[in-house]
Design a protein around this ligand. Structure first.
Ligand SMILES: O=C(O)[C@H]1O[C@H](OP(=O)(O)OP(=O)(O)OC[C@H]2O[C@@H](n3ccc(=O)[nH]c3=O)[C@H](O)[C@@H]2O)[C@H](O)[C@@H](O)[C@@H]1O
Length: 412
């Protein structure tokens, strides 16, 4: 330590204009005090400290279990399409449910805020936060002893990945690891059920897709992040004893759905008298999807939670093997996009102009046809809503929620 009167080495690099005379001990103390308080207030702003008393009260009340042998679930992405439906179903049967959602504006916030408000009326509290925030997760897990985590938060959308690839790394990989790290360290550890994706099957020719098939190569970045998620969760199962169930959702649709998806954007254009774009695969083959109604997906999610088995680790160390499962959740009956459009036209009693565009390359999976026998056997999963009925329910909801522009001349 140089003698006090000698200017310390650090000052040799400071801009002469701001070079200070070597401060007295009191000055050093005051500077240090200032810097500590500045950093503390900055961190409080950027990383909010544990919430207020009312925040804890809301979280605890929302997590309260009201049925014998009920479960207490943290639902990530709870303001999302599937997340909001699953949260309500769990709450209605008497489970404890706490949601967390970052309310990102991928497809606008207002629909998410409305879903949040409706869940609030049903006793489900959604924390406005990002699961990449380790402090927030730590506070949540110190406030509630979650038995399960239903991880539905993700950056979704197949095409958007081309525009904003970084959102998929942060939303589907970084956030998954942050969440799993918290689950690993929790005592007791929760069981984890999370949203993988049917798109992991990529350009596979063997149909119908089965869980035992090799899943590569994925054809989109979105699918790659979901496939990576399956590898990462497998690691946390083997190393730390987390019970993991991955659900490969296919094309989920229904009331309160996602405006970025085809069925949703189609109805908007039809009602506004605008044309729609119908993509076709190479060789002018119609694209087909395994459309699955939201109520059937909710049953699959709840059954996965109920059969998850227990995580075995404590303090991050594994004590025996824990279940690792993957299930296809679809309908098992692919429908082409033109057929979907026809059903919408019949429901609306309107015709739409279709701009048919042939896709170049592998920017999308042309065909999705799924084998759901494993979920049927292990989860008692049985889809009951066909596309005609499901789309009818969606159209009714859409006209109720947005109003019918042909009637009220309201814009969506
Ligand atoms: O199966 C899945 O895992 C994925 O299903 C959907 O992805 P996708 O099937 O591509 O759903 P849409 O974006 O609604 O597209 C459905 C079909 O309509 C086609 N499409 C889409 C938009 C459009 O304007 N025209 C059109 O023909 C797409 O190419 C696709 O074949 C969801 O958006 C993903 O989050 C989900 O992970």
């Amino acid at each position: 330590m140089p003698p006090l009167e000698e200017p310390c080495k650090f000052q040799a690099f400071m801009n002469p204009t701001f070079r200070l005379r070597f401060p007295s001990t009191m000055m050093v103390f005051l500077w240090a005090l200032f810097l500590i308080s500045f950093m503390a207030s900055f961190l409080t702003f950027v990383h909010p400290a544990p919430r207020s008393t009312s925040w804890h009260k809301n979280v605890r009340s929302s997590a309260h279990i009201r049925r014998p042998n009920g479960i207490s679930v943290l639902v990530t992405g709870a303001a999302g399409f599937i997340g909001s439906h699953v949260s309500l179903a769990l709450k209605n049967r008497g489970d404890g449910v706490v949601g967390v959602d970052n309310f990102d504006n991928y497809y606008g916030r207002s629909l998410k805020q409305t879903r949040r408000d409706l869940l609030g009326l049903n006793g489900v509290y959604i924390v406005d936060g990002d699961i990449n925030d380790r402090r927030l997760l730590s506070v949540l897990f110190n406030t509630v002893e979650f038995t399960h985590v239903m991880h539905l938060a993700a950056q979704v959308g197949v095409q958007y990945a081309v525009e904003n690839p970084y959102a998929y790394v942060r939303g589907n990989i970084a956030s998954l690891v942050t969440l799993l790290e918290q689950c690993k360290s929790a005592d007791p550890q929760p069981a984890v059920v999370w949203a993988s994706s049917g798109s992991v099957y990529g350009a596979q020719n063997k149909v119908p897709f089965s869980e035992t098939d090799r899943v590569d190569p994925p054809t989109t970045l979105y699918a790659s992040t979901k496939k990576t998620g399956e590898e990462i969760t497998h690691t946390y199962n083997r190393l730390h004893g987390l019970s993991i169930t991955g659900l490969r959702f296919f094309t989920v649709y229904g009331p309160w759905g996602r405006p970025d998806m085809a069925y949703f954007s189609f109805i908007k254009n039809i009602l506004q008298g605008k044309p729609i774009t119908v993509y076709r695969a190479k060789n002018q083959v119609d694209l087909a999807r395994d459309f699955i109604y939201i109520d059937d997906i909710v049953k699959g999610c709840v059954a996965s939670l109920d059969t998850s088995g227990k995580s075995t680790g404590s303090g991050g160390l594994k004590n025996g093997s824990a279940p690792y499962r993957i299930f296809n959740l679809g309908n098992g009956s692919p429908v082409t996009v033109p057929a979907l459009v026809t059903i919408l036209e019949e429901n609306l009693k309107m015709k739409v102009t279709k701009d048919v565009v042939d896709m170049c390359g592998d920017g999308d999976d042309s065909f999705a046809y799924v084998n759901i026998s494993l979920a049927e056997r292990e989860l008692g999963y049985k889809p009951t809503t066909d596309l005609q009925t499901g789309l009818g329910e969606f159209v009714k909801w859409y006209l109720w929620y947005y109003g019918n522009p042909l009637v009220q001349n309201r814009s969506v």
